[in-house]
Design a protein around this ligand. Structure first.
Ligand SMILES: Nc1ncnc2c1ncn2[C@@H]1O[C@H](COP(=O)(O)OP(=O)(O)OP(=O)(O)O)[C@@H](O)[C@H]1O
Ligand SMILES: [Mg+2]
Length: 394
């Protein structure tokens, strides 16, 4: 068999043949981008596939001639950075779309911020760059700059009779500037805009729920779309089709991948990708190939897991042990005793910290705790539960 491209991808954004499902989500996001004055909040746990679904919707809208942009706010360190990334991405979008030509000249007229212009390396499009000096200006000034940029985008869309679709990905990072800039400021800026379709995406459930509550900033302002796991009866055949060319047992392998890798799309695709590499070497893609691939991935991350582990308190470590052994209840006398947890408040408090740190999560309406990362769970079970002289669960 000749060299074939691995049909599963991790890292970056899944596109084309490597993109699975999400028809409903993509359609809803597209609607949000096209809707003048639209406000949609996309929520989903980490690594579930929000950005990939958003990217798909953006590609489709762009192909239809829409002016749509995504600003990734995950790496912001200042409000000036926010003004910069939004301005830059919208400029790109305008250049790629059929909106209007002299965006740069127009934006220059509308904002008072100092910026320079750089040629985009791949497209040659002139891209504005907010002066770096802005990053150390007083926060009030930076806040005004952010407002000016958003207002300018809305104003230009109005003038040209178009809707600009704007995604703010990982928008919850504005929390870093709390007191100086919060979701209330963002609300205040964007609530008046009737020519932009805003799509905000984030992965901190507690934060987002709070914003949508009755006294939260986004109460009644946003529609909400949840990005959950891809349905198993869609995903198993989808993976099987892609594993089939490598040999027998593709169906069995696909089921095993979904059973081992938990619910997050990234974790599932990662296991599928490694299974595919193994199957390509061995010419067999059955359950055994998946189990080997899984063990290999646990091993690959073992150093990082150990680094995390040594920073945890003893009760936190013991809670992780207990959860990895799938105990019925964390606070039962039996669990407390088996895992050397002093008492129930100790256990619950440790578990809550682990939830805040996103090592564990809880399911709404369900009791118990679950590992965020299935590979970490396996590592804890294999490497540390042994100390307790217990058999790991099947
Ligand atoms: N629909 C999909 N089809 C195939 N692979 C996908 C899909 N969605 C996500 N993935 C895979 O999962 C990985 C993570 O997806 P993505 O970055 O879209 O998730 P996210 O929810 O935005 O995560 P984060 O919270 O880390 O930003 C991608 O790199 C890709 O490998
Ligand atoms: Mg993302």
């Amino acid at each position: 068999m000749g060299e074939q491209q691995n049909p599963f991808r991790t890292g970056g954004i899944a596109r084309g043949h490597r993109f699975a499902d999400r028809e409903r989500e993509v359609a809803r996001i597209g609607q949000g981008l096209r809707e003048a004055g639209g406000k949609l909040l996309v929520y989903g746990p980490r690594r579930m596939g929000k950005t990939s679904a958003i990217a798909r919707a953006l590609d489709l809208e762009q192909a239809r001639g829409g002016t749509v942009a995504r600003a990734d706010l995950s790496t912001l360190s200042s409000l000036a950075d926010m003004a910069d990334v939004v301005l830059r991405e919208v400029t790109r979008a305008v250049a790629a779309g059929k909106g209007f030509d002299d965006f740069l000249a127009e934006i220059l007229k509308r904002v008072n911020i100092g910026f320079s212009v750089k040629q985009d390396a791949s497209t040659g499009v002139p891209i504005p760059q907010v002066d770096v000096s802005m990053r150390s200006k007083p926060l009030e000034e930076q806040k005004l700059a952010v407002g000016e940029v958003f207002d300018a985008i809305d104003g230009m869309a109005a003038e040209h009779g178009i809707v600009i679709g704007l995604v703010l990905d990982e928008f919850q990072e504005i929390h870093r500037f709390e007191e100086n800039f919060s979701e209330w400021n963002l609300r205040h800026i964007i609530e008046q805009h009737e020519n932009v379709g805003y799509v905000l995406a984030g992965s901190k459930r507690s934060l987002i729920d709070r914003m949508l509550e009755a006294d939260g900033a986004f109460y009644r302002m946003f529609d909400k779309l949840t990005v959950g796991p891809i349905a198993e009866d869609y995903l198993v055949p989808w993976m099987e089709e892609r594993l089939a060319p490598l040999g027998d047992g593709a169906g069995e392998a696909s089921e095993r991948i979904v059973a081992l890798a938990g619910e997050r799309t990234h974790d599932r695709m990662r296991l599928a990708r490694h299974t595919w590499f193994r199957a390509q070497q061995a010419g067999r893609s059955g359950r055994g190939a998946v189990d080997h691939a899984f063990a290999g991935l646990v091993e690959e991350d073992a150093d990082e897991f150990l680094r995390q582990w040594v920073h945890l308190t003893v009760p936190q470590q013991n809670v992780l042990r207990a959860v990895s052994m799938k105990v019925k209840g964390l606070s039962t006398a039996d669990t407390l005793q088996r895992f050397a947890l002093k008492n129930s408040p100790t256990a619950v408090q440790a578990a809550q910290v682990l939830v805040e740190r996103e090592l564990l999560f809880q399911r709404p309406g369900e009791k118990g705790y679950f590992f965020d990362n299935p590979y970490f769970e396996a590592w804890v079970r294999e490497r540390t539960a042994i100390d307790l002289g217990m058999e790991p669960p099947e």
